[in-house]
Design a protein around this ligand. Structure first.
Ligand SMILES: O=c1ccn([C@@H]2O[C@H](COP(=O)(O)O)[C@@H](O)[C@H]2O)c(=O)[nH]1
Length: 227
């Protein structure tokens, strides 16, 4: 299992200070809406300047018509990122179009599909999708797998089931991790490291428990020891 730290701080300066503190660790760094909208490609370059071995996950959750998603995916493929994501609910056709368009790149980033956001509980998910999380996550995961994606974003509680329904090499990346039982904030389907291990998760995403800590490097060190 690998660790991905979310860089969701309010300024580029604070994010880069955090990255500097974590420079010696073999981890993924997640750049999401807040940081990418504000700081763009320049921010990605600065991360790689600190340590070119950091793996970058661009968490932009593309969701649009197939051609627009594929255009955006191609722009991402030209950047130096290692992984990005799209919404499975954009449909199988959109996912296939993205993967076909990335075919020509010798070294393309990994592509994951978002199944059910970890901020949904079972009731709020059903209100929107009209079905249970488990059922829909399975359907989305199968469609993503058939479309040729590399894996999915899901909660820890769907990870094992998704691997069983697809393939054990099909990646599961799980946000909503509270490594040692920290408060859940706006997350609903949260889990600790031990549960993530049991559920065969490939990459855990941890944001606030790291970047809101007084000593982020110590938290990362403790997580890495527990993986
Ligand atoms: O289903 C999802 C998809 C993405 N996220 C993102 O992960 C981090 C989690 O941060 P925490 O502070 O550890 O809660 C955040 O950037 C989300 O945008 C997610 O939480 N759930």
């Amino acid at each position: 299992m690998q660790l991905c730290v979310a860089l969701d701080l309010p300024s580029s300066k604070e994010n880069l200070q955090l990255v500097q503190t974590l420079a010696k660790y073999d981890i993924w760094l997640k750049v999401g809406f807040r940081s990418f909208i504000r700081d763009g490609q320049d921010f990605l370059d600065k991360i790689k300047e600190i340590n070119p071995n950091f793996k970058i996950f661009l968490d932009l959750k593309l969701y649009d018509i197939p051609n627009t998603m594929a255009d955006a995916a191609e722009e991402i493929a030209k950047m130096d990122v290692d992984m990005f994501n799209i919404h499975a609910s954009a449909g199988k056709k959109a996912m296939q179009t993205v993967m076909e368009r990335l075919d020509k790149y010798e070294k393309r980033p990994l592509v994951l599909a978002v199944t059910a956001l970890t901020s949904f509980d079972y009731h709020s998910f059903k209100e929107i999708y009209g079905t249970d999380i488990e059922e829909k996550a399975k359907e989305f995961a199968l469609q993503s797998y058939q479309a040729g994606l590399d894996g999915v974003v899901c909660s820890v509680y769907e990870s094992s089931m998704i691997k069983h329904e697809t393939d054990k090499s099909f990646l599961t990346l799980t946000p909503g991790i509270r490594p040692f039982g920290e408060k859940s904030d706006d997350q609903k389907r949260v889990a600790d490291i031990e549960t993530a291990k049991k559920e065969k998760v490939d990459i855990i995403v941890v944001g606030r428990p790291v970047y809101k800590s007084e000593e982020p490097a110590k938290v990362v060190e403790k997580i890495l020891q527990a993986l």
